[in-house]
Write a protein that binds this ligand. Structure first.
Ligand SMILES: Cc1cc2nc3c(=O)[nH]c(=O)nc-3n(C[C@H](O)[C@H](O)[C@H](O)COP(=O)(O)OP(=O)(O)OC[C@H]3O[C@@H](n4cnc5c(N)ncnc54)[C@H](O)[C@@H]3O)c2cc1C
Length: 505
């Protein structure tokens, strides 16, 4: 009996579980560009070009490999606009009742497709085996834990898959080289930049489409330099491993003006839509260490991000959805400032990160966490609004990875389920890890008043404001003892500076 095999826009790999089962002679592979997906948030224009162009290239690859593919373009006259209605239409046209699909990454997409099971279609859901840890295994690992720690999960994954292990011990006798991933990079030059790719005819056609139909969306469409095929993504991976991984470890947390990429890999784009597989990326990095071509702090630091954080975040999303999206531990309800859309603010760090986001649909982790996220946390912006912004602006943004990073990591909106303490900091951290403060309108050394770096007073104001919820947190005990000793006049100045600033934005 033939099946309709649905391939979603983030499942662009020939080894995806649904294609592994395909009978090329009988089954129809369905790929569709639908308005419901393109419009559920106003995605960055670059993100739309990236996903649609990669889909169109993957369609060609599948046809070339002998699959019978039905590809529905965004503007096809018969395109009914949503995934569910397109699946139903194509299934009806071909007299097919069986739909095979690898489990979607996003809860919303799962829910929508699942409505078809009440419409005489059998849905055969397959596990997405691109992840090291299945949703069931993560659930078992969580068991009765009330607080989860990424580090414990990461060690479990390292042991299970024998990655960077020497028998039962971690290579180098240390699990984690985090402390050796925090060098600032102030006066040096970045020695190698990420690999870039020229748009071909398919990509140019998609650029025209997005320019004409989504022109109001956020972000710059050009230059478009991302990989859109597996071959290009592999070239990007090889370039990173050969030229940039060595420095990734030392400078993982560093930030520099006009250097949006530092030594980061820029592989999240490709991992998230299937052009690269996590296992092959980790294996290449591990081999580079084994061959003596990259130090352990770089390779462990990089592998921790993928085998640790990425898998952990994915597990939490599926373990906690759908309720996770409604969390708001601090009852934050402020609006996102307008300057989050154009970078027009006197705070140089924010202005740099937002302008780079607008141009590249990318910011590296420390920019997302310690500049943009830290600001949203300290100024009490409503979690839903922050989530929507992050989902719109980055080309690697899919809800399964964006939501826990926003809710759990930057906003502590889940009350500490994902992170052991809020990632909050004052201006001193930003000044230590970047050169942003040098050319900022505000003065990093001043603690209160109009000229002071807002992060300085916002930080103490945040701790004071939420002391009922945070003062018992062991990891904040030093900060709370400093706050306790603070004289009341200083605290009053801090609170009024913070209040005035928050009102002004
Ligand atoms: C508020 C916030 C929102 C984020 N939203 C997204 C998102 O929508 N999509 C996304 O892929 N990542 C997201 N991240 C995680 C991380 O910032 C990006 O994966 C990373 O910046 C991508 O750039 P890179 O490929 O150069 O990463 P590198 O620094 O080179 O890291 C290597 C890889 O590790 C993985 N990784 C690292 N950190 C994380 C993490 N915290 N969660 C999941 N994977 C991680 C990514 O796959 C990344 O490609 C977010 C982080 C924060 C703090």
């Amino acid at each position: 009996m033939s099946s309709l095999i649905l391939i979603l826009g983030d499942q662009l790999n020939k080894s995806i579980s649904s294609l592994k089962q395909a009978n090329k002679a009988e089954d129809i592979v369905l790929m569709c560009e639908v308005r419901a997906e393109a419009k559920y948030v106003k995605h960055h224009k670059k993100k739309l070009v990236f996903v649609l162009s990669a889909m169109r290239h993957f369609h060609q690859e599948l046809k070339f490999s002998g699959y019978n593919v039905t590809y529905v373009k965004l503007n096809d006259k018969s395109n009914s606009g949503s995934l569910e209605s397109e699946i139903q239409r194509i299934a009806n046209d071909n007299n097919i009742n069986n739909i095979t699909v690898t489990h979607p990454g996003e809860y919303r997409v799962y829910k929508n497709i699942n409505t078809l099971s009440s419409k005489n279609l059998n849905i055969n859901w397959l596990e997405d085996d691109r992840y090291f840890c299945s949703r069931d295994e993560f659930r078992k690992w969580v068991d009765k834990k009330t607080q989860l720690r990424m580090e414990n999960f990461y060690r479990y994954m390292r042991q299970k898959y024998n990655i960077l292990m020497d028998g039962n011990e971690p290579v180098g006798n240390k699990w984690n080289y985090d402390k050796e991933n925090r060098k600032p990079l102030k006066n040096e030059i970045i020695s190698s930049r990420p690999k870039i790719f020229k748009p071909d005819a398919i990509t140019n056609e998609v650029i025209e489409l997005i320019e004409s139909e989504f022109n109001e969306n956020f972000g710059d469409i050009l230059p478009f330099e991302l990989a859109v095929t597996r071959k290009q993504a592999l070239a990007a991976l090889n370039h990173f491993i050969k030229e940039r991984l060595v420095q990734f470890g030392d400078y993982q947390d560093a930030m520099l003006e006009k250097e949006p990429y530092m030594y980061h890999s820029l592989l999240s784009f490709y991992l998230n839509i299937g052009l690269l597989l996590p296992a092959e990326v980790i294996s290449k990095a591990e081999k580079t260490y084994q061959n003596g071509h990259a130090p352990i702090n770089a390779v462990e630091g990089f592998i921790r991000q993928i085998l640790g954080w990425r898998e952990f975040i994915h597990g939490i999303y599926w373990h906690k959805m759908p309720n996770y999206s409604t969390k708001n531990f601090f009852n934050a309800e402020n609006d996102l400032p307008d300057f989050f859309w154009d970078g027009d603010t006197k705070l140089n760090c924010l202005s740099q990160c937002i302008q780079e986001t607008k141009k590249n649909a990318y910011a590296h982790h420390i920019q997302r966490l310690m500049i943009l996220g830290n600001f949203c946390l300290l100024t009490g912006i409503e979690p839903k609004k922050v989530c929507e912004w992050y989902l719109i602006v980055y080309a690697d943004a899919f809800e399964w990875v964006e939501l826990p990073n926003v809710m759990g990591m930057i906003l502590f909106a889940d009350g500490g389920y994902l992170a052991s303490k809020p990632y909050a900091s004052g201006g001193a951290y930003i000044n230590k890890m970047s050169n942003y403060c040098k050319s900022c309108h505000f003065k990093i050394k001043e603690k209160t008043g109009e000229q002071a770096c807002p992060f300085n007073y916002l930080y103490w104001n945040f701790l004071h404001q939420h002391q009922d919820k945070l003062s018992n947190n062991q990891r904040l005990s030093m900060m709370y003892s400093t706050l306790k000793k603070m004289d009341s006049e200083k605290l009053t100045l801090i609170r009024s500076s913070a209040e005035n600033f928050i009102k002004s934005i």
